[in-house]
Ligand binder design. Structure first.
Ligand SMILES: CC(C)(COP(=O)(O)OP(=O)(O)OC[C@H]1O[C@@H](n2cnc3c(N)ncnc32)[C@H](O)[C@@H]1OP(=O)(O)O)[C@@H](O)C(=O)NCCC(=O)NCCS
Length: 174
């Protein structure tokens, strides 16, 4: 039996603060994404709904993207986190969410950071670039030493480097 939702049963829509707890659940369950507080997602969806998206289904929320238009470069949409629940993976939902955010933001460049070990995320963004015939450069990084917690002893080994991906240019109606 296929437990995946039918593609025509899912809806992409701007998030609302009421989505914060369900998105926090997806982040925790991913086991990969940095876990922010529920309040961080509630606040994000209150203030950055226009540059973020969720995927809804009759069974509940399946995925989300948090992002913002760079205040110092309005042609650039920055993707902070993207997550799809196990039940929704492998159907192009993450790609559709990124395309939706890009189109609504009006941006022609996408930036994000990805750790070297996150194969799925690297494949996602390279796939998006390929679909839109866009280039990929790596003009910087947040080194792992910058990302280590000063209060959580279990995090003393630090965090992987977050490598900057700059992708584009996208057509304005991408
Ligand atoms: C990364 C993630 C968002 C992908 O979601 P998804 O909806 O399954 O992605 P898509 O179906 O749009 O796939 C996009 C591309 O990535 C590839 N891909 C997806 N998961 C993959 C995996 N585990 N390994 C290798 N490639 C993968 C797909 O084959 C596809 O490639 P294509 O463009 O060449 O066809 C999802 O696996 C996830 O939530 N992972 C945990 C959280 C995470 O790592 N988020 C990203 C960091 S912010």
């Amino acid at each position: 039996m296929n437990d995946q939702p039918r593609p025509d049963a899912v809806t992409l829509r701007p998030p609302t603060p009421a989505d914060g707890a369900a998105v926090h659940r997806i982040v925790v369950d991913s086991g990969v994404l940095d876990v922010n507080s529920v309040y961080a997602y509630v606040l994000w969806f209150d203030r950055f709904a226009h540059s973020s998206v969720v995927v809804d289904s009759p069974e509940g929320l399946l995925g989300f993207v948090t992002g913002f238009v760079d205040p110092s470069a309005p042609d650039t949409w920055f993707c902070w986190q993207v997550g799809v629940a196990e039940a929704g993976r492998g159907q192009g939902l993450a790609t559709r969410m990124l395309q939706d955010c890009l189109a609504r933001s009006g941006a022609t460049w996408l930036e994000t950071t990805i750790t070297p070990s996150n194969t799925a995320s690297r494949a996602l963004f390279h796939g998006l670039a390929r679909r839109h015939d866009a280039g990929v450069t790596h003009p910087g990084a947040f080194p792992g030493t910058l990302l280590a917690s000063l209060v959580d002893a279990s995090d003393s080994a630090g965090h992987e480097t977050e490598e900057l991906f700059r992708i584009g240019p996208f057509q304005r109606n991408a």
